[in-house]
Design a protein around this ligand. Structure first.
Ligand code: NDP
Ligand code: GDR
Length: 356
């Protein structure tokens, strides 16, 4: 049994749950922060939960919020972690245009609150700190592929908040000698990806169309390009970053980029549908080549006021320094997500919602 104790903020999110699983398998004690919610928000970690009355429980959730400094101090003091992974965030770029102040508070100042909790509790020498930084920092293309030295140019309230979090992490490292590192992660997905991110929105729609539950899929910008990897591979990179003797900042990416359009085509190919594109701009449609049925329409509601057109990362520093490699190919990722949604939707009662 390891004497390592991890605190994961955002433990109920896609990455937090996968990281908790990984650290538990490595023998860590894992504490997670979860928000109070009027509906259940622990679906991704329910399989890790054990009754607290059982002996040797190694996974514990604590109520908390990055907008509340007092509770962060209390939880950090109680848990006495050796590693903190700050994954909690309002993580949806489009939503950040609608809730810019909250996003700045949770994603930007929230990171400061956590770093201050470490400092106030005099844990700077004991704790290693990981900050979930993002390829969204690169925003408007300055250089391709993007690496650790590429200048930042944030294009959303989300990215601007994360820019503050990135630099405050660097500053606490330099000012107080903290073992504090940034992982600059490019998009990573998987079957438990939030349903309003474009990959999962597409794979759920493919499954729903196949099962006759939905007629068509409405999307925004089809030509944006992303460097998409598998979240399972990326959380391992987070852990490796904190195992280094000295703190530093690393890009984690696959080194490949694909458009939303390519993702759509590949996802639909798994249910035997070939997409032909007709029209242009907001009139563009994706048609089933065999039947002529319209499967995809453009809805300008999903356009962003400022877009990030092209993300392509260069992970060579992480490969060399951390020995980190991305294992899952793009076609494997898409297949796994479509198959998982087909299985899940077959079991699930129909439900209706606003898919962002
Ligand atoms: P998710 O949106 O799946 O998870 C975010 C987590 O943060 C959830 O547990 C959420 O709680 C929690 N959360 C949100 N606001 C607060 C708050 N104010 N206080 C406490 N907890 C909060 O994100 P991912 O798992 O995909 O991403 C993890 C981190 O990595 C995020 O910081 C994201 O910005 C960043 N990132 C993600 C990338 C990706 O491609 N996935 C790429 C680069 C960076 P609840 O479950 O209740 O909503
Ligand atoms: P992103 O992910 O903004 O890259 O942020 P998202 O999947 O939301 O968008 C990717 C691209 O797809 C385009 N798009 C659509 N997006 C959504 N959500 N819904 C649509 O209908 C749609 N149609 C087209 C978008 O315009 C965009 O270009 C994710 C988050 O996980 C962040 O937290 C993280 O920091 C970055 O990845 C790296």
């Amino acid at each position: 049994m390891s004497d390592k104790v991890a605190l994961i903020t955002g433990a109920t999110g896609q990455d937090g749950a996968l990281l908790a699983e990984l650290l538990l398998a490595k023998g860590y004690r894992v504490h997670g922060l979860k928000r109070r919610s009027s509906s259940f928000n622990t679906a991704r970690v329910d399989h890790l939960y054990r009754d607290l009355h059982e002996p040797d429980v190694r996974f514990v959730l604590h109520h908390g919020d990055l907008t509340d400094a007092t509770n962060l101090i209390r939880v950090v003091e109680e848990v006495q972690p050796t590693e903190i992974y700050n994954l909690a965030a309002q993580s949806h770029v489009q939503v950040s245009f609608e809730t810019p102040e909250y996003t700045a508070n949770a994603d930007g100042i929230g990171t400061l609150r956590l770093l201050e909790a470490i400092r106030i509790l005099k844990l700077s020498e004991r704790v290693r700190f990981y900050q979930a930084s993002t390829s969204e920092l690169y925003g408007k293309v300055q250089e391709t592929p993007q690496r650790e030295t590429t200048p930042f140019y944030p294009r959303s309230p989300y990215a601007a908040a994360k820019l503050y979090a990135y630099w405050i992490t660097v500053n606490y490292r330099e000012a107080y000698g903290m073992h504090a590192s940034n992982g600059i992660l490019f998009n990573h997905e998987g079957p438990t990806r939030g349903e309003t991110f474009v990959t999962r929105k597409i794979t759920r729609a493919v499954a729903a169309i196949e099962l006759g539950r939905q007629d068509r899929l409405y999307l925004g910008n089809l030509d944006a390009k992303r460097d998409w990897g598998h979240a399972r591979d990326f959380v391992e990179g987070m852990w490796r970053i904190l195992q280094q003797p000295t703190p530093d900042d690393y890009v984690l990416a696959t080194g490949e980029t694909h458009s939303i359009r390519e993702f759509v085509e590949l996802a639909f190919s798994h249910i035997g549908r070939r997409i032909a594109w007709t029209g242009s701009g907001i009139e563009e449609k994706g048609i089933d080549e065999a039947t002529g049925q319209t499967l995809i329409e453009v809805d300008p509601r999903y356009f962003r006021p400022t877009e990030v057109d092209l993300l392509l990362g260069d992970p060579s520093k992480a490969r060399k320094a951390l020995g980190w490699v991305h294992r899952t190919s793009f076609p494997e990722l898409v297949r796994e997500m479509v198959e998982s949604d087909l299985k899940a939707l077959t079991l699930e009662a129909p439900r209706y919602g606003n898919h962002g």
